[in-house]
Design a protein around this ligand. Structure first.
Ligand code: SF4
Length: 521
């Protein structure tokens, strides 16, 4: 039986916790021998998790607490302490590193480690298991050099390697100061020793690892290091093209020197993915959140990646930033859509604990959800109803735009410039919600039918064109069912009659199209 358990609730089974493995790797050998990592997934029954933890009969349990699990971890600790108050509970992680004392989870826990716990947790663990009893409740994470800590990669099990994403990091921190982001609190980015890091990656690769997700906030800051890492993967992909690996990196969009481009261009399809944060194209908003971004350079680089590389691009936009209007957010979406990334992640601003964006709370009447994930509910530019519409837009965009299931139909939904892709998709999202009253649990077949119905009614697409596109997408999805127009023998005449009766009234149509473009009137 372990004396110490390291636990967390991951967002999905596929997400193996890098943080727990760092803590485990940096325990003294004798403490490590008495410690076990136990990972759960959110959405599990609290009673079941408590039962499983109690069965381990540990003296102390450390929990990694994040924005996605704080509610469930709070419930878990409350129940655990109710039945086994003798177990010492330690919490750590970004969610409890700031505004700590005002949280319920803090009241329930015995000890808290704030900030980076790699060194401090080891000392606390020794004291908990072997004394003397720690005097303080809050332990501020000690600073350390990255070269002085143990790397965690040996603690990915064979099952992790076979079935889960492997999170890795070549650097920590970020030199930028975007005010909504926790990394804005970092002084700068610090790299791990590249040779040491790549030696660990080679070990993982030799054990069979093929999916590497880099958690570095800004992978392309140091070109020499970025090139060494890309070359590491490219060599292996070229040596074993029938067994390629896949690497995911976060990029800053306005920094892509020629040398880096040359190497990126050599990666075959399906091996490289970039997450690129744009967040907003609006210079006024960028000023409010202290985001330094050369928009022209960012556009040029995204266009270059689209035209010259096989890299899969996932680009982030955030709605609800101070002074961003409905209209300017829509224009930003249109700008991005024209650049052709594979996915556009539409997020709604969250007020992460500790982030400097709170300085705008009064000036922009920023109203945040008091419960996790602390998402914006309204501000001076967006009403609660506006935020709800954008949230539904984001959800339907994931289902239709980002899913890759509607490759033929999506261009018909968005239509060509100068029509606004944002306005068209917003009209579809509003219509879908009006028809279904839901944003979740819409069966795939029904979704195809709904998109088809919108295309031939409010979307004003010719019936034959819409049927051909929807049918091609549906067949490519591998579904074996029949869509409504297929069951009628694929005739367009019925749909022509139905479309005109379903078509939006002029008033409804005006609302769809004008809402997206008149918010700053
Ligand atoms: S948003 Fe990205 S660039 Fe800005 S501080 Fe956070 S990690 Fe750094």
């Amino acid at each position: 039986m372990p004396a110490l358990v390291l636990s967390t609730l991951n967002a999905r089974y596929a997400h193996a916790s890098l943080g727990l493995r760092y803590l485990f790797a940096n325990l003294d050998e004798d403490i490590r021998a008495e410690t076990k990592i136990v990972e759960f997934v959110i959405g599990s029954k609290t009673e079941v998790l408590v039962e499983q933890l109690l069965a381990l009969d540990a003296k102390a349990i450390g929990f990694g607490v994040y924005i996605w699990n704080v509610e469930e971890t709070t419930k878990l600790i409350a129940m655990l302490k109710a039945v086994a108050p003798q177990i010492k509970v330690v919490i750590g992680g970004p969610e409890v590193s700031y505004e700590t004392a005002e949280q319920r989870i803090y009241q329930l826990a015995d000890y808290v480690v704030t900030g980076q716990g790699d060194v401090t947790f080891n000392k606390l663990a020794r004291a908990l298991l072997h004394g003397p009893k720690p005097l303080m409740k809050v332990h501020v994470g000690e600073a350390f050099e990255l070269d002085d800590i143990a790397l965690p990669y040996d603690y990915y099990t064979d099952e992790d390697i076979a079935r889960r994403h492997l999170y890795v990091e070549a650097s920590r921190g970020c030199p930028f100061k975007c005010e909504f982001c926790l990394s804005a609190l970092d002084k700068t980015a610090e790299p791990f020793n590249t040779e040491r890091f790549l030696a660990e990656m080679a070990k993982l690769y030799d054990r069979g690892a093929r999916t590497f997700k880099f958690v570095d906030r800004t992978f392309n800051l140091n070109v020499k290091t970025s090139l060494a890492i890309l070359d590491f993967f490219l060599e292996r992909i070229n040596a074993h093209p029938d067994d390629p690996c896949f690497a995911h990196f976060e990029l800053v969009p306005d920094h892509l020197p020629e040398k880096l481009k040359d190497t990126i261009a050599k990666f075959p399809a399906g091996t490289l993915q970039f997450e690129i944060g744009i967040q907003t194209w609006n210079p006024e908003v960028q000023g409010h959140i202290s985001r330094k971004q050369n928009n022209d350079k960012a556009k040029e680089n995204i266009r270059w990646l689209h035209e010259n590389s096989h890299a899969h691009m996932h680009v982030d936009l955030i709605a609800g930033l101070p002074s961003e209007t409905f209209e300017s957010f829509g224009l930003g979406f249109d700008t991005l859509a024209r650049l052709g990334p594979h996915e556009i992640q539409v997020g709604v601003l969250k007020r992460l604990r500790g982030t400097p964006i709170i300085r705008h709370t009064d000036a922009f009447a920023m109203r945040y959800n008091p419960e996790p994930p602390y998402n914006i509910l309204a501000n001076t530019e967006l009403s609660f109803a506006d935020v709800q519409r954008i949230s539904r837009f984001a959800r339907f965009w994931d289902l239709i735009g980002n899913s890759g299931r509607f490759t033929q139909a999506l261009p018909l939904v968005l239509a060509e410039a100068p029509t606004s892709a944002f306005s068209r998709f917003l009209a579809l999202a509003d219509w879908l919600y009006a028809e279904t009253g839901a944003t979740h649990q819409i069966a795939l077949e029904r979704l195809f039918d709904l998109v088809y119905r919108w295309l031939i009614s409010d979307g004003s697409v010719a019936i034959e064109t819409a049927q051909a596109a929807i049918l091609a997408d549906y067949q490519r999805s591998g579904s074996k069912g029949r869509l409504s127009f297929m069951t009628r023998g694929f005739t367009a005449s019925d749909d022509a009659a139905n479309a005109s009766s379903r078509k939006a009234t002029p008033a409804r149509q005006r609302r769809h199209l004008s809402d997206a473009t008149s918010r700053s009137d």
